[in-house]
Design a protein around this ligand. Structure first.
Ligand SMILES: [Zn+2]
Length: 475
C-alpha cells in the first residue's frame, strides 16, 4: 500500500534548503505528467462531461449504477442479504428512479457489518478513516479506481476555482496529501517531499495550532507562493488573527481559497482575505468530494461519480426540501457504498446555474459543525478525532473499541469524553485514551470518561463541544 503522508519538518527543511527557483527544475510537461499523468483518462473525461446535457449525464449514471449494483449483489454478502430482504435483484434496476427500490444503508450498519461489505478478493489500494466528524469513526477501503476518480474530481474542483491543476501552485493546510490530489508513491520521506514541491504542491498538516505553528505557515506560504490554498475556515480565521498581530501577510500570489467544513459562513472568510473563496462539500474517506462551487456560486454535484439523493424517513424528497443526504458511489468496488446515509442535511436546488453546467446543485450543507479544543498554553487542537483514531491497542484500537464519541471541554482544564463503547472497550483502552488526551492538553487536566449507550443530538452532531473561548489573542 503506498504511503502518501508527508512530514512537515522535512517539508520545512526542504523549503529552507532549496534555491529560489527550485520549481523550474522540471519542465511544464513533466510537472503535468507528475500531477495528472495517472488520472489522464478520468480528468479528460470530467473536462468534457461537465458540459454534458442532463440526459447524457443521467444515461452515464444509469450505466455506472447498474455496474456497481451487479457487482455488489454478486460479491458483497451484506448487499446480497439486503437485496433478498427487499425482494429485489439487480435486474429490477432499469432506470435511475429504480434506485429507490434499494434499501438505505446506515453508517451503523456499515460499522457492524464491516467484514461483509468488502469483497473476498479486494484490490485495496488505500485505507482511509473518516475524520470522525459524526463522532462515529469508520475505516474505508479504497480501490485504485476510486482513488483516481476522487483525485480527478478534486482537480476539477481546483479548476472551477480558477486554478490550472496541471501547473499552478497549490497548498493544502491541515489536509493530508491524499486528500489534496497527490499520487506520489515514493518510500523516502525526503524524496516524497521533494517530489511534491517540484511539482508545485505543498502540504502543511499541523496537528495542533499555536502562534509559533501559525507563523511557520506564513513562512511556508511566503516561500512557496501558492495560487490556491485548500483548507478549513477556522485556519483562515486564525491566520488572519496572526496577520493582525505580527508583521506577516498572505502572499500576493494567492488568488483562490477552497474551503470545506462548516462553522464560519463564506461571507466572513471572504472579508478576511484578498482572494476568491469557494466552498466544496465531501466525505473524504467514504466518497470523496461530493459537490463543488463554480464561479457563479453553484454547488454542483459531481454526478459522474455518484448519485446524491435527499431523503426523509426513507422517502425521496422533492427539490428544495431539506432532508438527509444519501450517496451512491460508482467506483469503489473495494467497499461499495450504495444508498449510504452520510448523515448531513441539505436539499437539491431547483434552479439551474448561469455557468451553463447541467450538473445538479446542492443547497448549503449542514451537519458537520464542531468546535476546537484549546490547551492552557494556548495550543489549538485541530483534529482530535484523527488523534484519537490513531490510538492502537492490543484490542484493536480506538476505531474498534468505540462506536461513537463526543469530547466536551467544560473548562480549560476539564474534559469529559462521552463514549459509546463496543464489546472490545476495556479499562486498558480507557487508560490509553486518557493518557493521549493528557499528552495533548497537559497533565493537570481533569479527564472524565463517561460510557453511555447512545449520544443524543439535534439535527447537527458535534463531536467536539467547547465552552472555552478559542481566540488566540484577547481583544
Ligand atoms: Zn455553475
Amino acid at each position: 500500500m503506498p504511503n502518501f503522508n508527508v512530514d512537515q519538518e522535512v517539508t520545512s527543511a526542504l523549503l529552507k534548503l532549496l534555491p529560489k527557483n527550485y520549481y523550474r527544475i522540471l519542465s511544464a510537461s513533466q510537472i503535468r505528467q507528475l500531477r495528472l499523468g495517472y488520472i489522464d483518462q478520468e480528468f479528460n473525461f470530467l473536462q468534457r462531461s461537465q458540459w454534458f446535457k442532463l440526459r447524457e449525464l443521467k444515461n452515464f449514471q444509469l450505466k455506472k449504477l447498474k455496474q456497481v449494483v451487479w457487482y455488489a449483489y454478486n460479491n458483497i454478502p451484506l448487499y446480497k442479504r439486503k437485496f433478498k430482504k427487499a425482494r429485489i435483484t439487480p435486474s429490477d434496476i432499469k432506470s435511475l428512479e429504480d434506485v429507490s427500490k434499494i434499501p438505505i444503508l446506515s453508517k451503523d450498519e456499515v460499522k457492524k457489518n464491516f467484514q461483509d461489505i468488502i469483497p473476498p478478493k479486494g484490490t485495496i489500494y488505500r485505507v482511509a478513516s473518516t475524520s470522525g466528524s459524526t463522532g462515529k469513526p469508520l475505516r474505508c477501503l479504497l480501490s485504485i479506481d476510486a482513488v483516481k476518480w476522487r483525485d480527478a474530481i478534486l482537480q476539477r474542483t481546483y479548476m472551477w476555482a480558477g486554478c490550472d491543476p496541471a501547473k499552478d501552485k497549490i497548498m493544502g493546510i491541515a489536509f493530508p496529501p491524499s486528500f489534496t490530489g497527490a499520487f506520489i508513491n515514493t518510500k523516502s520521506l525526503v524524496f516524497r517531499g521533494l517530489k511534491y514541491l517540484i511539482s508545485n504542491r505543498l502540504h502543511w498538516t499541523p496537528k495542533v495550532l499555536d502562534t509559533k505553528e501559525l507563523l511557520k505557515i506564513f513562512y511556508a506560504m511566503t516561500k512557496f507562493q501558492p495560487k490556491l490554498i485548500r483548507t478549513f475556515p477556522y485556519i483562515i480565521l486564525y491566520l488572519s488573527e496572526i496577520q493582525d498581530h505580527f508583521d506577516v501577510t498572505f502572499p500576493k500570489s494567492l488568488r483562490c481559497i477552497t474551503l470545506t467544513g462548516e462553522g464560519y459562513p463564506k461571507k466572513i472568510i471572504q472579508k478576511l482575505v484578498d482572494a476568491e473563496v469557494f466552498n466544496h462539500y465531501g466525505a473524504a474517506a467514504e466518497v470523496g468530494t461530493i459537490a463543488s462551487e463554480c464561479k457563479q456560486n453553484g454547488l454542483h454535484i459531481h454526478m459522474e461519480n455518484h448519485i446524491v439523493e435527499v431523503v426523509k424517513n426513507n422517502e425521496i424528497l422533492s427539490n428544495g426540501e431539506k432532508g438527509e443526504v444519501v450517496i451512491t458511489d460508482f467506483t469503489n468496488f473495494d467497499m461499495p457504498l450504495i444508498r449510504y446515509n452520510i448523515e448531513d442535511i441539505s436539499s437539491i436546488e431547483n434552479d439551474g446555474c448561469s455557468c451553463g453546467r447541467k450538473l445538479t446543485m446542492l443547497e448549503e450543507v449542514h451537519g458537520r459543525k464542531s468546535d476546537l479544543l484549546v490547551s492552557k498554553d494556548g495550543k489549538i487542537i485541530t483534529d482530535i478525532a484523527a488523534i484519537l483514531q490513531a490510538i492502537d491497542t492490543a484490542e484493536g484500537g480506538f476505531n474498534k473499541a468505540v462506536n461513537q464519541f463526543r469530547v466536551i471541554q467544560e473548562k480549560i482544564d476539564k474534559i469529559t469524553l462521552v463514549i459509546v463503547p463496543t464489546s472490545l472497550f476495556s479499562e486498558k483502552t480507557k487508560k490509553v485514551i486518557v493518557s493521549r488526551v493528557k499528552n495533548l492538553l497537559g497533565n493537570d487536566v481533569e479527564i472524565k470518561v463517561k460510557l453511555v449507550d447512545k449520544i443524543s443530538h439535534g439535527r447537527k452532531f458535534r463531536h467536539v463541544v467547547s465552552n472555552v473561548n478559542k481566540k488566540l489573542f484577547e481583544s
